[in-house]
Design a protein around this ligand. Structure first.
Ligand code: ADP
Ligand code: MG
Length: 703
């Protein structure tokens, strides 16, 4: 886009000071460009009219032609409303308004034909419509086809009489002037290959399509463009990094062989072996590695990361492992310590609760290079933590860390005396299965390895959905399991807004468990406890001294107690799919058959039912992630908010996976032929990037 689109919105005819201010404050619309990109979120099909007698409950929005026979203000206080009897030649219905009553009652005319547009609902034998839009039949302008754009507005805008219709009028006026200023932003070859609508037509048609077909074509074109530029940016970042950052070359694997020969506690799965090979290839490629390791809960990522650390350490560098919580960091530390000791390697734990003296020793050893392995929490990111030569950074459970934090881990050597300008290799591990489409965007600048196989001998977890009236039988089952020597988790939801109430749920639950299992030792852990109390209770359970763990979701990630075979989730409908899957992953870690029991009330929303059914049906994390993405949309998937890559205007990562794939492919091809985008046919891309760089900082990192 060019200067025209930088024009302040106030210069559009019909935008006075008041409107201008409201648009700025409420919708961040400052310029012509902002307004034209305020795309409608849906269109109403106004080609169809319904008769009152044909209306039924399942209809979404309908429009009916008729007249008002009687209108009166009835009721008092919050019940005060304007009620009108609306009639056509087949019957009558009620129209009601609770807001703007005075103004409307003065405006509505009797015995004149209106088009009423709204959502019908049944009220006894009759139908009514709340807050329908009313338009005089005679004044309806049909010249733009029958698809009316509907724009997002806010309460404040509506109170200022700026509704979707007002915005549509402004868009129309703007488009008349703007059309000829809209530049093409994609090269011709792409437009041809994917039969993309030209940019100016696409912009016009997304607001005022002549038909559904035009609307679809316009939407496709704009989605493609949007995803193309996201992918182009990510791929360019990746290329830039490969050029800029050489990696240390790790060719020596003596420690790995020593570990394999005498200390490896089990046979690695084929998937683990493959992934280690992929990582090893990176580590001696001479390029800095940035790799995402995806693997479902229990797939054995920890040991893989340890073996990779051994590769780094064999070549004389150091390795760090960062986890999102103290409990997890400690657990990693505990499980890696025997391995490290067996190989004669020092290992230390650094968290927020590490004492001053301990910290000093760690700091010194790190800088001396005598501490090859450091495990810890965010504390690792503090500036004072400096390595002599950090060769590999491993980040566990990535979705808890932002992209910026990932970047921070790079700089641990920058000031180091001996390190010069080498950056550590980075391995990011996540147990949250991320749908492919999302991974391509969130981690589009990373290479991806997947552990798609669980260790042998694991029995698939049996998942059951049970209602409240089965509670006694469920408790009976828990008793059997405990008698057989197993341990049990019982988890309660804890959602921030209603924290108090949930805590009460948990406390009541804890009491009823104590009553139902008077002779069984029970641990209880929740977010309101101090760190040390939490750890104390947790350790009792880990050591098998307590048999039942009543907890909130603090145990969600990573905790490993192979003897625990039952996970009971209370109010399971209040958890998200990904979270339930994570919770379920806490069991099924040993050789015994494990169970996950989802407890709910009878009353369940449609989405809750889908979630529960999905869990009962499958333990495949990727399938679950896909369902989750469809149910909730990408904005709610953990880790996406901070990333900023999801500020998409038109595309929807939940639905547009195919377009995304094509867009990524095209971007890759173009960069392959012309990495600097200098060919004449790529000028539209260059110009568009320049323009975007002026407007956002996202692009500024790319030269
Ligand atoms: P996650 O991928 O969820 O982090 P972990 O690394 O915690 O999984 O591994 C889960 C459990 O499986 C651990 O107890 C670990 O020792 C064990 N494990 C890992 N790999 C194997 C294997 N190849 N064979 C048997 N057990 C394994
Ligand atoms: Mg783990």
């Amino acid at each position: 886009m060019n200067r025209f689109f930088d024009t302040k919105i106030d210069y559009l005819k019909g935008v006075g000071e008041r409107t201008g201010n409201l648009l700025r404050e409420e919708l961040s619309i400052h310029t012509f460009g902002d307004l034209i990109q305020h795309y409608p979120f849906r269109h109403e099909d106004r080609s169809q009219f319904h008769k009152i007698a044909d209306i039924h409950e399942e209809m979404p929005y309908v429009q009916v032609v008729g007249h008002i026979r009687k209108a009166e203000i009835i009721g008092n206080g919050p019940k005060k409303r304007l009620s009108a009897v609306f009639v056509d030649d087949t019957g009558e219905m009620e129209l009601v308004w609770f807001k703007g009553i005075q103004w409307l009652s003065g405006k509505l005319k009797p015995q004149v034909d209106y088009v009423a547009f709204g959502k019908p609902s049944r009220f006894g034998q009759k139908f009514n419509m709340a807050h329908p839009e009313m338009e005089l039949l005679a004044s309806i302008d049909r010249e733009n086809g029958q698809l009316f754009p509907v724009y997002h507005t806010t309460e404040k805008l509506k109170r200022g009489r700026i509704d979707s219709r007002t915005i549509a009028r402004l868009q129309k006026r703007l488009l008349e002037k703007a059309y000829s200023h809209i530049p093409e932003t994609l090269p011709e070859a792409l437009a041809d290959r994917y039969r993309l609508m030209a940019k100016p037509d696409a912009v016009k048609s997304i607001h005022f399509p002549e038909s559904i077909n035009y609307l679809e074509k316009a939407t496709f074109r704009l989605k493609f463009e949007e995803l193309f530029y996201v992918q182009l940016r990510l791929l360019k970042l990746k290329l830039a990094r490969i050029d800029k950052f050489p990696g240390q070359v790790f060719g020596d694997t003596k420690l790995v062989h020593k570990f394999y020969e005498s200390h490896l506690p089990f046979e690695l799965t084929n998937a683990q072996k493959r992934v280690i090979k992929e990582i090893y290839a990176d580590l001696h490629s001479g390029k800095q590695m940035n790799r995402l390791l995806q693997g479902d809960v229990g797939s054995g990522k920890t040991i893989v990361s340890f073996i990779c650390m051994l590769i780094a350490i064999s070549s004389g560098t150091q390795a760090a492992l960062m986890a999102p919580t103290e409990i997890l960091a400690e657990q990693h530390y505990r499980s890696l310590t025997p391995f490290a000791n067996a190989l004669g390697l020092e290992i230390a734990l650094l968290t927020g609760s590490t004492r001053r003296k301990g910290r000093r020793i760690i700091d010194e050893m790190l800088q001396m290079g005598t501490l090859p392995i450091l495990v810890g929490t965010h504390a690792l990111l503090e500036d004072r933590v400096q390595f002599k030569n950090l060769g590999l950074s491993v980040v566990d459970e990535q979705h808890r860390f932002g992209v910026a934090q990932r970047a921070k881990l790079w700089n641990k050597n920058a000031g180091g005396r001996h390190s010069g300008k080498t950056y550590p290799h980075v391995l990011v591990m996540t147990a949250t299965p991320i749908p492919r489409t999302l991974a391509m965007t969130l981690y589009g600048d990373l290479d991806v390895s997947v552990i798609d196989e669980l260790p042998k001998g694991r029995k698939p977890i049996k998942t059951l959905h049970r209602f409240e009236n089965n509670r006694l039988r469920v408790f009976g089952f828990l008793r059997e399991q405990i008698q057989a020597g197993r341990q049990v988790y019982i988890v309660y939801p804890l959602i921030e807004e209603s924290e108090k109430l949930d805590l009460k749920d948990l406390e009541d639950g804890y009491e009823s468990i104590r009553r139902a299992f008077p002779d069984v030792p029970v641990s209880c852990v929740h977010g309101r406890m101090s760190g040390s109390d939490k750890d104390y209770e947790m350790h009792l359970f880990v050591q098998g001294k307590t048999k039942i763990m009543v907890a909130t979701t603090v145990i969600e990630v990573g905790v490993d107690v192979p003897n625990a075979t039952v996970m009971v989730v209370e109010n399971a409908d209040r958890f998200g799919l990904a979270q339930l899957h994570q919770l379920r992953g806490r069991v099924g870690r040993g050789a015994e058959q494990s169970y996950c029991i989802l407890m709910t009330d009878y009353k369940l929303s449609k989405d809750s039912k889908v979630r529960l059914e999905t869990l009962v049906r499958t333990t495949n994390g990727f399938e679950i992630a896909e369902t989750d993405l469809k149910l909730r949309g990408p904005g709610n998937i953990e880790g996406t908010q901070q990333s900023g890559v999801l500020d998409l205007l038109v595309a929807d990562l939940g639905k547009d996976g195919k377009i995304l794939q094509e867009a990524r492919l095209s971007a890759a091809e173009i960069l392959q032929d012309d990495p600097e985008l200098q060919l004449p046919q790529h000028q539209p891309i260059r110009m568009h990037i320049d323009k975007m760089r002026e407007n956002t900082f996202n692009w500024s990192r790319i030269s």
